[in-house]
Design a protein around this ligand. Structure first.
Ligand code: SF4
Length: 456
């Protein structure tokens, strides 16, 4: 069977929303909002008035959901909030206690909802995706409606039973990097031109709307770094982790050598956005929330220190989106499926593609940069301590940004066609490694640092 052409939108891979986790925060909020919306639209047969709502979480949503704020995200979604517009501060103070109850308007009735109505179920649901959510509405103890959703990584959700959306006809059909390269050779078009034409077909937006959207994403990335550089104090949760970005940025000025100063600042930028994510503040998924410091940190450096103009930064973002599309379509960007190689590993390859493109490299060179960045993240497990996107996640974002920069430097020298491994091949290796990886290392907090480190 021929692989389907990629028809993702740039604004699917880059989403603005609250931290700390795209699959545990953004996805559940969208699922809860969709559940309420659908019942609002279609109502209930026979005019039965529901009086109870229960939500069950399975997979890593159950094991690490509390640490990721999944319960608050679900409540926010049930209240009609959306990730891109919700008040992150208001989200953080939902459910101050287990007894706090909220009125949810659903199917024409008001039902009370507290954290006690959310069930963190140990063991897997019998479902194709491990991050599964069940929403059930009752009247006098009788089940009225049950809907199942899957949070499939990067803030993407699927409703059980929904058929695949009808195919979108994009002008340039590719399913991997080899086919994308072929299109560039045949048409002579640039990466940006191809990505833009396809985006217009997928999103129905105009060129100026897409460009404004890209500028909004770059601005949101910049804000996440700026806010992180201003903040200090402890991050939420039992680990007691102190923010470090601001201190690293300030101490960078004292480094003796220019290279050391630059490296310290790049680390600080990636830490800053990543700490904002851990604090539940507004970030941009790139491709996930857990990895939202890598590309934003590197892009911040390129724009604020290297003076990369906006047009080049937009092209860099399109190149990063291309790498994210290919990774999501041929492997996975979910830590719960393939470990952290799919999150920080893919983020690093997207950032390497950004760096190469922003510096004027061609498609082969940016692909090589992305390949090198991902190759050296192969096998990276996901083992967040106590389920919080803090340790090892925050420092890992900084290391991912530095690796991305290094991968671009390695790729930009020599003849790009002599690179031995392609991005498609390294993705295949990542997927195979992810399939072989023990479940303990897939966002369950049941292996690695999560069990070997006693810090809370
Ligand atoms: S270890 Fe990686 S994949 Fe796992 S939660 Fe942290 S950033 Fe995400």
């Amino acid at each position: 069977m021929m692989p389907k052409p990629i028809t993702l939108s740039i604004f699917d891979i880059f989403k603005i929303g609250p931290g700390p986790s795209s699959s545990h925060t953004i996805g559940p909020m969208l699922a809860a909002a969709d559940f309420v919306d659908r019942l609002g639209k279609f109502g209930l047969k026979g005019g039965v008035a529901p009086d109870a709502l229960e939500v069950s979480l399975y997979g890593s949503l159950a094991s690490t959901g509390k640490g990721h704020g999944t319960h608050r995200a679900i409540l926010g979604g049930l209240l009609g909030w959306r990730p891109e517009t919700c008040d992150c501060d208001a989200l953080l103070v939902l459910f101050p206690s287990d007894s706090e109850s909220y009125e949810i308007s659903v199917a024409g009735s008001i039902v009370d909802f507290s954290v006690r109505n959310i069930h963190f179920v140990s063991g897997d649901a019998d479902a194709p995706y491990q991050n599964t959510l069940d929403f059930k509405l009752f009247a006098k103890g009788e089940l009225l409606v049950s809907e199942r959703y899957f949070s499939i990584g990067g803030g993407f959700i699927k409703r059980d039973g929904d058929s695949d959306p009808s195919p979108i006809d994009v002008p340039y059909k590719y399913s991997n990097m080899r086919e994308f390269r072929k299109i560039t050779r045949k048409t002579g078009l640039s990466l940006s031109e191809i990505m833009m034409e396809n985006e217009l077909a997928v999103s129905g937006m105009s060129v100026s709307e897409v460009e404004n959207g890209l500028d909004d994403l770059l601005a949101a990335m910049t804000n996440s770094v700026d806010n992180g550089l201003k903040a200090d104090g402890l991050l939420p949760g039992p680990i007691g982790l102190l923010r470090k970005a601001r201190y690293l940025f300030e101490s960078a000025g004292n480094c003796e050598h220019a290279a050391e100063r630059a490296l310290a600042r790049l680390n600080a930028y990636a830490l800053a956005a990543s700490e904002e994510n851990a604090a539940g503040r507004r970030i941009v998924t790139a491709p996930t929330s857990g990895a939202s410091g890598v590309l934003p940190g590197l892009a911040y450096m390129f724009r604020s220190e290297f003076g990369v103009p906006d047009g080049r930064a937009r092209s860099g973002l399109l190149a990063a989106a291309l790498i994210g599309f290919v990774a999501k379509s041929n492997a996975s960007i979910a830590g719960a499926e393939v470990g952290c190689q799919g999150e920080v590993g893919v983020a690093s390859s997207m950032a390497a593609a950004f760096a190469a493109t922003a510096n004027g490299c061609d498609v082969r060179c940016l692909e090589n940069a992305a390949e090198i960045a991902l190759e050296h993240h192969l096998g990276l497990t996901c083992d967040p301590i106590d389920g919080y996107v803090q340790v090892p996640c925050i420092e890992r974002n900084a290391v991912g940004a530095v690796t991305a920069f290094n991968a671009y430097i390695l790729a930009s020298a020599g003849d790009p066609v002599r690179q031995k491994i392609t991005f498609d091949e390294v993705l295949e290796a990542m997927l195979e490694t992810g399939v072989d990886m023990s479940r303990n290392y897939k966002e369950t907090a049941r292996g690695g640092l999560a069990v070997c480190c006693v810090c809370c």
